[in-house]
Design a protein around this ligand. Structure first.
Ligand code: GBH
Length: 479
């Protein structure tokens, strides 16, 4: 390989790792933090006797990153990251009234962000990664009420004021589809509302996810408006949203299955992305949800349309799509990994929803760029190795994460081809995750980290995948 052929990622490309507050911080009452809906959900099951979390755990300790943050910054340095995506805990940043700045909490984040910057690591900050202050849920139903919009905007304002001199990359919301559907449809994530009475005592899965989605979109859009009106001129950063989804391909070439692919994209991405980047809902979503899909006023549409500087995407896998599913959040399509000839897309992860398929990643990057015409930020991408959690923490097997290395080899190849061959404007890549951590409803049974965490001692051990990415960043990103 000649020297011209390496360093193909564009100047200024952000490369690093991602985490989220509730999954790593622990210390739920330190520096004036108060409960979020995830504290409540993990401690009080929505229906007595049910187990919302597979191993009955919580984020009370997690990776203890509230105390071990200097170690985490050193890991980032060691891995050659020039950026770190993490989220702020809303209930550490504001007081228990849900509004007033919490000086102690802000001071803690400020010290952390200063350390990152000092080490040459750019902070990419997510304002909301699923941890709504419980007080706002109790006061007016949280995301179910439009009252959440001014509260989110005032929280965002506190963050721009406190950290905006150092933070130049803001992500308003992480995966609003998941918040809406898992939180208020299936009831498998906090606050655990669902029509399924074996999961939840309250909720209406046929309407609530759509109402919640509307308030998420408005909260995002008005926070962006505030940033652009009052902070951008002096702080000069960018702000956008992160959506999640997969690359969808037809199971076979029947017209129904080919059409189902577009419906899959519309339901997973378009429900949020079309309003934000195009200023209208996708036709297939409108048709399917009808008048349960709440519209925006003319004034709101003006704020929503164009409210993201980039397309943030969390993506892990690809799916083969068939028509004829029953579930409307997904556009009534069926997804799978097995082709008609019986072969599967790639290596199966420990979680059922994930198989390795790098070519689909390349295709997805191209699709999002072509469809939404914004620079793409890959804000999460990663793999959970099968049975990794049953390995002994003392042995070397836990750091020899061969399937994760193979995954990253395949996906970084897809990324590079998207950039250099397809001409896709990708400007960031964050691997999920810096550390093994609290994997929501799976608890600590599922590990996504490039660093092994021994949950008894909190010892961190770099896995082979961290070394692979370090070398890949060195070879492909410009200094
Ligand atoms: C990301 O979501 C999250 O942003 C991150 O916090 C998380 O740790 C990471 O994924 C790894 O899971 O069990 O069949 O109902 C990615 C979207 C949402 C995909 C939840 C899997 C559960 C599918 N994920 N979903 S299922």
């Amino acid at each position: 390989m000649s020297s011209q052929e390496i360093h193909q990622l564009p100047q200024g490309f952000l490369h690093g790792f991602a985490t989220a507050a509730y999954q790593i911080e622990g210390s739920p009452t330190a520096v004036g933090r108060h409960p979020s809906v995830w504290d409540t959900y993990t401690h009080i099951p929505p229906v007595p006797g049910t187990r919302p979390i597979a191993d009955s755990s919580s984020g009370d300790v997690a990776t203890d990153s509230f105390n071990r943050w200097r170690t985490d910054v050193q890991l980032l340095k060691e891995y050659g990251a020039n950026a770190y995506r993490f989220s702020l805990s809303w209930s550490r940043v504001v007081k228990e009234d849900g509004k007033t700045p919490n000086v102690e909490g802000i001071k803690w984040y400020r010290a952390f962000i200063e350390e990152l910057v000092k080490e040459g690591i750019k902070p990419a900050v997510t304002l909301y990664h699923w941890d709504l202050p419980q007080v706002l849920h109790d006061r007016y139903g949280g995301w179910l009420s439009r009252d959440v919009v001014p509260d989110f905007v005032s929280y965002a304002k506190i963050c721009f004021e406190a950290f905006g001199d150092l933070v130049k990359h803001w992500i308003t919301l992480n995966e609003p589809w998941i918040v809406s559907v898992h939180g208020y449809g299936y009831g498998t994530f906090a606050p655990g509302r669902s029509s399924d009475r074996t999961r939840s005592a309250e909720g209406d899965s046929t309407t609530e996810p759509f109402i919640v989605a509307r308030h998420l979109i408005l909260s995002h859009a008005y926070a962006v408006k505030l940033y652009r009106d009052e902070f951008h001129a002096t702080q000069g950063g960018v702000i956008g949203i992160t959506l999640d989804g997969s690359w969808y391909m037809p199971y076979d070439d029947t017209p129904e299955n080919v059409e189902a692919v577009q419906t899959a994209f519309d339901s997973r991405f378009g429900w949020f992305a079309d309003p934000i980047y195009k200023g209208h809902y996708p036709a297939s979503v409108k048709k399917l949800i009808g008048d349960r899909l709440p519209d925006f006023s003319e004034e709101e549409w003006k704020v929503v349309k164009g409210s993201s500087d980039f397309f943030g995407v969390n993506t892990y896998t690809s799916n083969l799509v068939q028509s004829g599913g029953s579930e409307e959040y997904n556009g009534k399509i069926k997804t799978g990994f097995i082709r008609p000839d019986g072969t599967q897309l790639g290596t199966q992860a420990h979680v059922s929803w994930l198989q390795t398929y790098g070519p689909g990643f390349r295709q997805l990057l191209g699709y999002l760029y072509k469809t939404y015409k914004k620079p793409v930020y890959v804000t999460e991408n990663g793999f959970a190795v099968k049975d990794e959690n049953s390995l002994s923490s003392d042995g070397d097997d836990v750091v020899n994460d061969t399937d994760r290395v193979a995954y990253y080899r395949d996906y970084t190849k897809g990324l590079l081809e998207a950039v250099t061959i397809d001409g896709v404007d990708v400007q960031a890549y964050f691997a999920w995750s810096l550390l093994d951590n609290f994997e929501w409803a799976e608890g600590y049974r599922v590990r996504f980290g490039v660093t092994y965490v021994n949950y008894e001692t909190q010892e961190r051990r770099p896995k082979a995948s961290s070394k692979f990415l370090k070398e890949w960043f060195e070879q492909h990103a410009q200094a």
